[in-house]
Design a protein around this ligand. Structure first.
Ligand code: B16
Ligand code: MG
Length: 217
């Protein structure tokens, strides 16, 4: 049976959280707000607008709408300066092995990311062509844990949600996959991602046999 395998981007295919961190930290410091790696963790899978809202909340700051949008652009420009230096060497371990196996097995592959920079990042790491469809922050109106991003991917591929499998590193993303009635696979810490159907530390732990079982059931 043909299934759809939907991949989140940041934290699943590449570790761009470190670049988001540097860019958000610079912005927070410019506002006199401290910003830690732990706080950055809480922004994983969260949209750009909501991330800035959270940082302002943590710093107890209110700013005008105009300054808000200016800061969002500045943060993104800073983030893009890191993205510009990315190449295929930044793909997380064994992601290409799993993608190649799925292609060999004639399975559908989608991207389901909150990032508005997802297409540019996939181009930089030379994985763009592996995806049958891409749904990203430019296509959705509701952020994870709303299932919109994954449901749009399933729809574009013509595959029903119960035949979709989602790889996600964020709690919000796992919730979104579960709400969508898809199989959720957490990539990261078991305790953090305990709501997922399966959890692996990374793709090196995922065997072809496991993928084949998902395809067969
Ligand atoms: P951008 P994902 C998410 O991507 C990131 O995890 C999150 O930290 C970021 O704020 C969000 O994309 C928006 O990204 O500023 O590039 O539009 O994990 O859903 O692939
Ligand atoms: Mg992610």
């Amino acid at each position: 049976m043909k299934k759809a395998f939907i991949f989140d981007l940041d934290g699943v295919i590449v570790d761009t959280a470190k670049y988001h961190f540097l860019a958000w930290q610079k912005l927070a410091h410019s506002l006199g707000i401290s910003f830690s790696e732990e706080q950055n963790e809480q922004l994983k899978g969260v949209s750009r607008v909501q991330s800035l809202e959270k940082i302002l909340e943590w710093g107890n700051k209110t700013i005008s709408e105009e300054r808000f949008s200016r800061l969002m652009s500045e943060k993104n420009e800073e983030y893009l300066s890191y993205i510009a230096k990315m190449d295929a060497g930044e793909i997380l371990p064994d992601v290409p092995r799993i993608l190649e196996h799925l292609i060999l097995e004639n399975q559908a592959i989608a991207l389901g990311s909150a990032s508005k920079n997802a297409r540019a990042i996939l181009e930089k790491v030379q994985l763009y062509d592996k995806f049958n469809t891409i749904v990203d922050g430019t296509n959705v109106s509701k952020a994870k844990p709303d299932p919109e991003v994954f449901l749009l991917g399933a729809k574009a591929l013509g595959i029903s949600p119960e035949n979709c499998i989602v790889f996600e590193d964020s709690v919000a993303g796992i919730k979104a996959a579960n709400i969508a009635n898809m199989i959720s696979i957490g990539i990261g810490n078991q305790e953090v991602l305990h709501e997922a159907d399966y959890v692996f530390n990374d793709f090196t732990e995922i065997k072809e046999e496991f993928i084949n079982q998902l395809v067969a059931t």
